[in-house]
Design a protein around this ligand. Structure first.
Ligand code: ARG
Length: 277
């Protein structure tokens, strides 16, 4: 099945970085970064991403809340498919207060909120990526989301969920190292996965459609790209990766997000698609 790229504009949720900063350490990127994110630069970078995305997508915003420095990463609000949402259940105490705020927002926007057990960690579109091409959900587990999340998502959304085990703590959310693209293409960083998951990925994706990124590109958060109509908005990518993406029919758009990398996030983490099908 072809993804219907231009059928309608994507709707994307973002949260302004009013309260963004590195205030605690819950992933390796945050180590030694407490207080190091420059507020005005973060604003500038976030505004640039916002401006670029607004050219091709409809943006909607949730009001930032004081004391929740990671709320900018709206990918972790939940997973939305059509009009149903699974609101995140954060593994870490630090981010738990965001759950209620995002839940209220989804409720006000009239999404159907699917029931979810409190003892199953699930960090939303950070760890669950909708593959519209294959009508399935790729689910990461190992660091944040529980392995049990996949089967629950399968039942809620009535589509297959493929479990992938993450083994490198720098790539603690699936969207930091894996990016399914239109046309059955896949950009990913293989060493972030265990051997079995790498086999599953290979079995499901023809070799010519697998774009394997280098460690350098992975560390630049190249896989953490937002795909809107074939444009891939990302922090950075090597010339080689950019030309591979162009050959595959995509247009990389680089927009520096250094301040957010200090918290372990980048372009994709700063967005949540509300129009996935
Ligand atoms: N500091 C945040 C955390 O560790 C970053 C979240 C990045 N989000 C993402 N979807 N990868 O939870």
């Amino acid at each position: 099945m072809e993804c219907d790229r231009a059928a309608r504009r994507d709707r994307i949720l973002m949260c302004a970085p009013d309260n963004f900063g590195v205030e605690y350490v819950i992933n390796p990127w945050m180590e030694n970064q407490i207080g190091e994110a420059r507020r005005s630069l973060a604003w500038e970078q976030w505004m640039n991403l916002r401006r670029l995305l607004s050219l091709t997508a409809d943006l909607t915003f949730i009001t930032p809340v004081t004391g929740l420095p990671d709320m900018v990463f709206t990918a972790n609000a939940g997973l939305v498919i059509e009009d149903t949402v699974v609101v995140s259940r954060f593994r870490t105490e630090e981010r738990r207060p965001e759950e209620e705020i995002f839940r209220d927002w989804f409720d006000r926007q009239r999404f159907t909120i699917a029931p979810w057990p409190a003892d199953v960690a699930f960090e939303g579109a950070g760890d669950a990526l909708v593959d519209c091409e294959r009508r399935l959900i790729w689910c990461g587990h190992g660091w944040r989301s529980s392995a049990r999340a996949a089967e629950l998502l399968e039942r809620i959304f009535a589509r297959e969920a493929i479990r992938l085990r993450l083994v490198d703590p720098r790539f603690y959310h699936l969207d930091t190292c894996f990016c399914p693209l239109a046309g059955g293409w896949l950009m990913y960083y293989p060493p972030a996965f265990d051997a079995h998951s790498r086999e599953v990925i290979a079995a499901m994706t023809p070799e010519r459609k697998r774009i394997e990124v280098s460690e350098t590109d992975a560390m630049s958060f190249a896989c953490n790209s937002v795909d809107v109509d074939g444009r891939l908005y990302m922090n950075d990518a090597s010339d080689e990766l950019q030309s591979q993406l162009r050959d595959a029919g995509f247009a990389p758009v680089l927009t520096p997000l250094s301040e957010f990398l200090k918290a372990g996030g980048s372009a994709k983490c700063l967005t949540l698609k509300l129009t996935d099908k």
